[in-house]
Design a protein around this ligand. Structure first.
Ligand code: PSU
Ligand code: MN
Length: 303
């Protein structure tokens, strides 16, 4: 890899040795969760990945270098930076060229993970097609990255702040399989149900690993969505979720572009009295554990 990338020694050793590695993103740290929750949760995700037998590789951009495997101090720098840039595919090279610092979205993290040779990635929820897409044309670059980089992304589906039916349709158009972990329904991030189908329900991690491996073995170059619903006990109650979401969406006409997702997440936090952040943290940890189990299973089935 070029010296634009810096892979930490432990992550490099794990990749070289064929040991399980799980990529983690940093936009949820800088833009998705309030401080100091972001930094604390990022550390907890790394611990969860380790506890399940894999090496975490938290990804971000520092001083114009793509860091695959941020140290605790580097993570703290990013988390406490005054205006960290939210980096997706379009502004990635410009940010590196400028020698800047930025947190990586699902899209940018998938790209960096793929470059480093990491095949499994855990996040909260993927971006997708925004509501009102006909007026604004706002479709997350996460979908572009999913169509382009062969990485399995463990997520709790996509947030209901998005247009979920159009998001699922777009994944199909782009040729990105959706595997449901113990569910036939595409999860809606804060809640388990959306009324939308997944491509295949998998009831064991071995099942998920087999489907992921087959996708890659067939030669597909796209990613795979591993849709892992939030545990029932951590989901937002329906009434609270729906009323907060209704208000947040009305207010969101105020913002556009890269600000939309962070704005909606923050309004959900306030409107639910902080409950959405607890749900977010719970589903992130749940995804980190499943991603580690998947990485372990994939590493074993290679040899
Ligand atoms: N989902 C969350 N929290 C987040 C994000 C998604 O629960 O912070 C972040 C992810 O990094 C995702 C990005 O890639 O938001 C999507 O932003 P946009 O819709 O602007 O592409
Ligand atoms: Mn967008």
């Amino acid at each position: 890899m070029s010296d634009l990338f810096h892979v930490s020694p432990d992550v490099a050793a794990a990749i070289a040795g064929g040991s399980p590695v799980v990529a983690l993103e940093t936009t949820l740290v800088t833009h998705g969760l309030p401080q100091p929750d972001g930094e604390r949760v990022a550390a907890a995700l790394e611990a969860a990945v380790r506890a399940h037998g894999a090496t975490p590789a938290t990804i971000g951009i520092l001083d114009g270098t793509v860091r695959v495997g941020l140290t605790r101090a580097e993570l703290a720098r990013l988390a406490t930076a005054s205006h960290p840039v939210k980096v997706n595919l379009g502004n990635f090279a410009a940010e590196v060229a400028a020698g800047g610092c930025g947190s990586t979205t699902v899209a940018a993290t998938m790209f960096a993970a793929w470059k480093a040779g990491i095949r499994v990635f855990a996040t909260g929820g993927i971006g997708g097609v925004h509501r009102g897409v006909m007026e604004m044309g706002d479709v997350s670059a996460d979908l572009t990255a999913l169509s382009r980089y062969p990485v399995a992304v463990v997520c709790a589906g996509a947030k209901a702040i998005l247009d979920l039916p159009r998001t699922v349709e777009m994944l199909e158009t782009l040729g990105v399989p959706i595997l449901g972990v113990g569910t036939a329904e595409f999860p809606a991030f804060y809640r388990r149900e959306s009324g939308l189908r997944v491509d295949r329900r998998c009831d064991t991690i071995a099942d998920v690993a087999h489907a992921v491996r087959t996708h890659f073995d067939l030669g597909f170059m796209s990613g795979v969505v591993i849709a892992n619903p939030v545990p029932e006990t951590d989901a937002l109650p329906k009434e609270l979720h729906d009323s907060a979401l209704g208000t947040a969406l009305v207010e969101a006409v105020e913002v556009s572009g890269r600000d939309v997702t962070p704005y909606l997440l923050d309004r959900m936090r306030t409107l639910t009295g902080g409950a959405s952040v607890r749900t977010n943290e719970a589903l992130l940890l749940n995804n980190a554990r499943v991603a580690a189990d998947l990485a372990v299973e994939l590493a074993q089935s290679v040899s």
